[in-house]
Design a protein around this ligand. Structure first.
Ligand SMILES: [Zn+2]
Length: 250
């Protein structure tokens, strides 16, 4: 039977956790231990009382999340913050969080998997932060209409802002919030971005700079990495795994 240390160490090494400088509150890695035994792996996008309750009800005792529970710490463990921790502790469920490493990973990353969904192969880095690429850019022969059709077939809510080229030669990918990616598009030689969510002022920018922006949902674009990591762990350690979805519409 694999131990908690086996799984956490594998996740750390496979995602090159230590190489990424993330927001301090991201606190990538093991966020809460259990008694050391793991029988079922879970994957969820967000730390939260409801995903934790669903996970423990499904018998999960090693839960991987993309957005962990320390973003706004330190704060007292009372109210929902207490309920989160208590839910996991009472059910002997460990919590492992992995944010930017699981956006940028060339096989398991949200952005690699977004490109793969469009049948594209990333060829260069995008959004390099402290020496590590979070996003990627893939050469493309798809028309803008084909990109839009494909995304609309994959995601429940797609916002398409199309002022760029009708047949972009490359597509940039940035899962989750793409706000910091928009100003870097033209300098990176690309006018088309597939992302999760943006802010209001990006519409004007798209018109002025002639950009194509496809918003597919922050949550929806970040289910891929945690699922891929959980599936790989499941295979490697011969444990069952399950995805814990929520109704997050953002
Ligand atoms: Zn995110």
């Amino acid at each position: 039977m694999p131990t908690l240390t086996d799984l956490a160490t594998y996740c750390d090494q496979r995602t090159r956790r230590a190489a990424f400088k993330d927001a301090p509150g991201a606190f990538n890695g093991l966020q809460l231990a259990n008694d050391g035994r793991v029988t079922k792996i879970g994957a969820a996008v967000d730390a939260g009382v409801i995903p934790f309750q669903k996970a423990v009800a499904a018998g999960i005792d090693f839960l991987i999340v993309h957005h962990g529970m320390y973003w706004d710490m330190p704060r007292p463990l009372i109210g929902p913050a207490y309920t989160r921790v208590a839910t996991l502790l009472h059910a002997n469920c460990a919590l492992y969080s992995n944010h930017l490493p699981l956006d940028g990973h060339p096989q398991l990353g949200n952005n690699a998997l977004l490109a793969q969904q469009l049948g594209l192969k990333p060829s260069r880095p995008f959004l390099v932060r402290d020496g590590e690429a979070i996003g990627n850019i893939a050469p493309s022969r798809l028309t803008r209409a084909a990109i839009r059709r494909k995304l609309e077939s994959l995601y429940p809510r797609v916002i398409a802002i199309e002022y760029g080229s009708a047949a972009p030669k490359a597509v940039a990918f940035c899962s989750g919030s793409g706000y910091s990616a928009v100003p870097e598009l033209l300098a990176s030689g690309v006018d088309t971005l597939v992302t999760g969510e943006l802010r209001e002022d990006c519409f004007n920018r798209a018109q002025e700079e002639k950009l194509n922006l496809y918003l597919c949902g922050h949550y929806a674009t970040e289910v891929h990495g945690v699922k891929a990591l959980a599936a790989e762990l499941s295979k490697k350690f011969k444990l069952p795994w399950a995805f814990i979805g929520t109704e997050n519409p953002f």
